[in-house]
Write a protein that binds this ligand. Structure first.
Ligand SMILES: Nc1nc2c(ncn2[C@@H]2O[C@H](COP(=O)(O)OP(=O)(O)OP(=O)(O)O)[C@@H](O)[C@H]2O)c(=O)[nH]1
Ligand SMILES: [Zn+2]
Length: 183
């Protein structure tokens, strides 16, 4: 169903001035909101993998993301927290939010997005462990359906050492729960 038909079906006049450019605008908007399907991952990483003698956990937290649920194509959004334990290699700091963005800008379910971020980091950095926690609120549950505005969804993916070692998991959770020191 085209946007023109959608407007007609909801009882609007697609030819009125304010709506004339809406189908075109929406097409451009979806190009932007689903740009994650067309990312060149080589370009995204751009060689920003560095050999560094550091084997403690690296955490990037409070990464803002905006995605669309695949069931309703309504936004879900929130924050992602990512950790990995390097195995001789670290990745450029900015690349972690870029990876989150690449998977958020698709039609998603939060669980799959969480797992895809973790798997991609594992493949790219080949670290000793990866953890991803995503906190999201879903417009499809807020403004329609059950209308539970307060409910947020928390999903996680843990790989390798961060899956198997309880202490490391706790360290990660403590870090993401701690208040930001820059506040
Ligand atoms: N697990 C999961 N469910 C999601 C996500 N985004 C949306 N949903 C859910 O997907 C489900 C789709 O259910 P359906 O019964 O097919 O659709 P619906 O009739 O619109 O459902 P209601 O939202 O319950 O009114 C709903 O329960 C949504 O809350 C997500 O990221 N993860
Ligand atoms: Zn939905």
């Amino acid at each position: 169903m085209s946007v023109h038909d959608l407007l007609t079906n909801i009882g609007e006049d697609p030819e009125r001035e304010g709506l004339l450019n809406t189908p075109d605008r929406i097409a451009r908007m979806y190009d932007e909101l689903t740009a994650g399907y067309h990312v060149d991952t080589e370009k995204l990483i751009n060689g920003a993998l560095f050999n560094v003698d550091y084997d403690e956990m690296v955490i990037v937290k409070d990464i803002e993301f905006y995605s669309l649920c695949e069931h309703h194509m309504l936004p879900f959004f929130g924050r992602a927290h990512v950790a990995y334990i390097p195995d001789g290699k670290v990745i450029g700091l900015s690349k972690i939010p870029r990876i989150v963005e690449m998977f958020a800008r698709r039609l998603q379910v939060q669980e799959r997005m969480t797992k895809q971020i973790a798997d991609f980091i594992k493949e790219t950095i080949q670290p000793k462990g990866v953890a991803v926690v995503v906190e999201g609120v879903h417009m499809c549950s807020m403004m329609r359906g059950v209308k539970k505005a307060e409910a947020s969804m928390i999903t996680s993916a843990y790989l390798d050492q961060l899956k198997n070692n309880r202490d490391l998991r706790t360290e990660f959770i403590d870090h993401i729960n701690s208040r930001r020191s820059m506040d």
